[in-house]
Every structure is written in structure tokens, then in C-alpha cells.
Design a protein. Sequence first.
Length: 146
Amino acid sequence: MSIPEITQNLLAAKQNKGLSFADLEKIIGRDEVWIAAVFYRQASASEEEAKLLVEALGLDASYIEELTAYPVKGLGPVVPTDPLIYRFYEIMQVYGFPIKDVIQEKFGDGIMSAIDFTLDVEKEEDPKGDRVKIIMSGKFLPYKKW
């Protein structure tokens, strides 16, 4: 996956300012994962959010238009090669159908929305090695009969 030029510029500005996504969460009032999605052009910001982001990063106002444009979402049709991203692909290969069955046992025939959705990343301290905790919360959408 190639990283868009705007993403590279946003990440460089964030690094130059010594900011984390958690710092930007406090400035913009949106979750750090959502802000990272804006950086990678997987989400679009409102004009106000884009202005706050551009100001926090010390960038030119010309970035606002691109940050508010509707993005093309997704990684593309190929299997991701980045090891961390690939692990999510692998998790879905191994646990996708089991997760689907458990969700459908609890909710019925339907899907979990990726539109009405939140995702949080937490760090769990563990003496055997710190753990990554990912919490996904999506609205259940039952399939409609007609």
C-alpha cells in the first residue's frame, strides 16, 4: 500500500510538532483513531475540524479542502503486507466466521455497521508483555425482509 502524499505531510507535521494522536484528540475533540483515519484519508473532517487540525500542525490552510473532501475508503484488493495490518486480515481469516456466528446467535441475521461505529485502542500492562486491547462497537443492522 502506498501512503498518499497528504498523509506523509500530515504525519511529518505531527512529528515535527511532537504531537501524538491522543494530543490531537484533546485539541480537536474527536477520538484519536478517527483522527488517524482522517490522516490516512479514510475519513473526512468538517471544515471546523480541518481548521483545528491544520492549525495544530502548523500547516497551510490549503490542506483544509482536501481534509474535508470525501475519501475513497479501503486498502485496495490486495492482501496487506504490513505485518500489523496483515494480522487483522489473518484474525478475520481465522475468526471471521466464528465471530459472525456468535453475533448472529445473539442478534439475529444481520451485520455490524462500520458506519455507526467506534473503535478504541488501549494498552494493557502485563508482566509477560504489554497487550493491545481493541474495542470495536458497531450498531447491529438486521437484514430486511420484503
